[in-house]
Write a new protein. Structure first.
Length: 243
């Protein structure tokens, strides 16, 4: 299980309840869309998983790490296990495409040799190898987001989290950006995408969770391990639900 959320609620200091007793399990290797109206609690859910916000109550486990009570000095290391794709790209304007990606490898202490090998490789995955020396202002929105996704991927994260990745790009490019995330998922990375862009999401046959007023109101395919199997001990049953 890559993410396990149990009875999680979030009440902000201004007394707004953003999430109400959420239960959610996501298996390793899943691709999950999270949808819902503005203000429903989607970003709060991501922030809890990224440990940018603390849950008011409940338990959160992400790839074996308990987020409740995690020591402050551990948080930066925890965040490095995930790649984050932002709606507004967050690429540094004064750095080239190559340097933007290089920077996140430097942060984790990668060698210059590893950087020289890995950066062109991830750029080539997104057909951006010939844009390595360009500055962000010379790129289209779709290209900037390809850089954002390459940067999220470069340190081989367990989990990619994307908050409205198509929110600032030309609608004609939205499918392509979502498809890149789907391709990454095919290689085994768990991917979590918040989007209100259901016209694009519907083109992919992925699990979709809908949040409304802080509660999960729809989940198209909860993991099979959530099935109550307490009365059935037959191993053939166990293997059949895993197939
Ligand atoms: P969504 O991502 O679905 O638009 P959010 O998770 O951002 O929803 O917000 C859920 C609710 O929590 C909203 O009512 C919002 O106003 C409130 N909220 C979000 N962030 C904060 C914050 N830092 N402080 C107080 N209230 C917040």
């Amino acid at each position: 299980m890559s993410i396990n959320i149990k009875n999680v609620s979030k009440v902000y200091p201004n007394s707004v309840t953003a999430l109400k007793s959420i239960n959610l399990s996501i298996n390793t290797g899943e691709f999950v869309f999270i949808t819902g109206a503005s203000g429903s609690g989607k970003s709060t859910l991501l922030k809890l998983i990224m440990k940018e916000e603390e849950a008011t109550s409940g338990k959160i486990r992400v790839f074996g790490s308990d987020l409740v009570g995690m020591k402050k000095k551990k948080i930066p290391f925890y965040r490095r296990t995930m790649g984050i794709v932002f709606q507004d790209f967050r690429i540094i304007e004064s750095m080239t495409v190559f340097q933007n990606i290089e920077l996140v490898m430097r942060v984790v202490g990668a060698s210059s040799r590893a950087i020289r090998k890995r950066v062109p490789y991830v750029l080539s995955l997104f057909s951006m190898e010939d844009k390595a020396d360009r500055y962000p202002r010379e790129l289209s929105g779709g290209e900037k987001q390809r850089v954002g996704i390459a940067r999220a991927l470069v340190n081989n994260p367990n989990l990619i989290i994307a908050d409205e990745p198509t929110g600032n790009i030309d609608p004609s490019m939205s499918y392509e950006i979502m498809d890149l995330l789907a391709q990454i998922n095919k290689r085994g990375t768990t991917v979590l995408v918040v989007t209100h862009d259901m016209s694009v999401a519907r083109k992919f046959d992925f699990r979709t969770i809908e949040i409304n007023k802080g509660k999960i109101i729809k989940d198209t395919s909860p993991p099979k391990s959530d099935i109550k199997i307490s009365n059935i001990s037959s191993s053939s049953f166990l293997s059949s639900i895993r197939n």
